[in-house]
Design a binder for this molecule. Sequence first.
Ligand SMILES: Nc1ncnc2c1ncn2[C@@H]1O[C@H](COP(=O)(O)OP(=O)(O)OP(=O)(O)O)[C@@H](O)[C@H]1O
Length: 603
Amino acid sequence: MDVSRTLFLQLPKEKTIDIEFDNVTYSVPEGRKGRKQIVKGVCGKFKAGELTAIMGPSGAGKTSLLNILTGFQTVGMHGVIKSTHDKEVRFGAQQYKKQSCYILQDDQLAPLFTVAEIMNMAADLKLGHGISSKRKCMLIDDILDTLGLSTAKDTRCQRLSGGQKKRLSIALELIDNPPIMFLDEPTTGLDSSSSAQCISMLKELARGGRTIICTIHQPSATLYEMFDHVYVMAEGKCIYQGASQNTVTYLSSIGFNCPQYHNPADYLLEVANGEYGNFTDFLAKAATENQWRTAVTSDKLENKINEKTENTVENAKTYQHTQPPSELFKFYILVKRSFLQMYRDWTISHLKILLHFLVGIVLGLNYYQSGNDGSKTISNVGFFIVSSVYLTYTSLMPAVLKFPSELAVLKKERFNNWYKLKTYYAAFLMSDVPMQIIFCMSYISTSYFLSDQPSESFRFFMVVGILILLSLTASSLGLVIGTLVNPINGTFFGAIITAVMLCFAGFLILFTHMSKPMYMMTYVSFLAYSYEGLVQAVYGFNRPSIPCPEEVEYCHLKVPELILRELGMTNNTYWTDVAFLFGNFLLLRIVAFCTLKRRLRTG
Ligand SMILES: Nc1ncnc2c1ncn2[C@@H]1O[C@H](COP(=O)(O)OP(=O)(O)OP(=O)(O)O)[C@@H](O)[C@H]1O
C-alpha cells in the first residue's frame, strides 16, 4: 500500500480527537425489579493516532462498551465521556456521532450494487455536489486503491469475499473522513493473512491521525503486536490498559508470568478467563495505573503528520469546501438507488409485473364476459371481491417483509449519518407508490376487459382508483405489521387480518343480513370500502340495464338499481369509499414511519 500518495489518509491536526471516559456503567433490567450490571465503572483513554483493541473473554462486555462509546446504545448507562473538542459528551450526542463512524461486525451492504456504484452513492450522500465529480472519482479511486479494492470495482457486493466486504465497509465510512472509527470484530470470519492485512490497514489509517477502536477475539501474537493500545475487559471491568508490547512486563509485575513462546494475548485471556484463579478484582485495581501506555507512538505520529503536511493540505482542500449535502439532494440519490435496486432485483419488479399480468388473464378468463351478462351478476360481484382479496394479499405480504429485510442496512447508514430517516422514508414512498400502481394496472388491464366490464372510461378509472388505493392501504398495513413484530408472526397476523376483513366486506354475508354490532365492524374493514366502491363504480352512476342472454329465461339481477338494493348499497358512497381508503393509506403510512422509528431505536 503506497500510503504517501493517498489524498484522504491524513487528517488535519485540528480534526484529531482523543476519547476519554470515566466511571462508565451499563445495566439492563433483569427479573422483576432487579438490574444486571454489564459494564462496571470502567475508565480509559483512547488517543488519536493509535489503534486500540478492546479484548476480553466472551461476555466480558466489549460490545456493550463499544456501543456506549459510539452512542449506539442510548439507555441504561451512566458516567462521563469526554472528547478533545467537546468538554463532555452526552451519551449518543449528535455532534460526537457526526465525528465518528461505527462499522458493525456483519457487513451490511446492498448485494446488487457494484463496489464502484455503492462508493459513488455513499460519496453523493456524504459529500453531495459541493465536490466536483473529478475530485469525487479521485477520492474514491484513492480509497479503493489503498484498501486493495480497485480490482473489484465492478464486482457486485454479493460476490465479494468476506475480507473484501469488510474492507468495503471501511472504505464506505472513509469517504467523509471521520476522525473516530469504531469497529466491532473486524477480523471475524477472515483468514490469518486477511486479518493481518485488515489490521495493518487500520493501523495506517490510525497513523493518519484517527482514533481507531475495535473489539477483537483471540488475536494471534503477530496481530496482537500490531495494536498500539489494548484495553482488556473481564466481567464488565477493565483488567489491563496499555501497550501490547508491555503486556508481559505488566503481568509479571503483578505475579503472572507468561511462559516463554506463549502468545501474550492468549495468556492474558487465560488470566481474564480465570484459568489461574479468579483475580478479576485484583487485576481491575492494578489496571487503574496508567503507566503501561507507550508514549512513543504519539511522537512518531507528530513526525509523520509533519512530514506529510503537503498531503494534509490536499486533504483539507477536499473536505473543507464540502458542505454536507441537503436532505433534498439525499432524497434524490435515495430515490435513484431505490429504483436501481428494484430494476436489478427482477423478482420484485419484472417478475411481479408479469405475474400480475398473468393472474389478470387467468381471473379474467374465469369470469369471462360476466360483466355484461345479466344472468352472471352474482359471479361478477364475486370478481370484485376476488380482485380485492388478491391485491390485498399480494400487497400486504411483501410489505410485511420490506423493512425487516432492510433494517440492518438502514440502521447502519442512518447511524453513520448518511441520511435522516424521514429522507429515507420519503424516498421509499416515492419509489414504492408508482410500483404499486404499475402492479395494479398490470392486473386490472387484462382482467377488466376479459371479464367484459363496462366500456365507459370513467367507470374503468373509478375501478382502477379503488384498486390502487386498496393495494396502497394493504401495503401500508403490511409495513406497520412488519415494524411491530418479527416477519414470521407478521405474515401470520397479515393473513388473519385479511381473512377477518373479508368476513366483514359485505360479500360473504350481505350488509343487510348482518346484526347491528357486526355491521359496525364493516367500518374498519378496508375490503368493505373497496368492495362497495367497485360495485358502485360498475353498477352505480345510472348504468342502464344489463343485457340478458337469449338462452336464459329470466335474469333477476339485470337492473343495476335492483342489484344495489339487493346488496344493501342503495346510497351511492363511491367517493366516501375513496376518501376512507385514501385516509387509511395516509394514516397507516404515518403510523408505519413512527413504528419504524421506534423499531430502529429499540433494535
Ligand atoms: N440487553 C441485554 N439484556 C441482557 N443481557 C445483556 C444485554 N446486553 C448484553 N447482555 C449481557 O451482557 C454480557 C456482555 O455482553 P457483550 O455482548 O457486551 O459481551 P462481549 O464481550 O462483546 O461478548 P462476545 O465477545 O461474546 O461478543 C453478556 O453476558 C450478555 O449476555
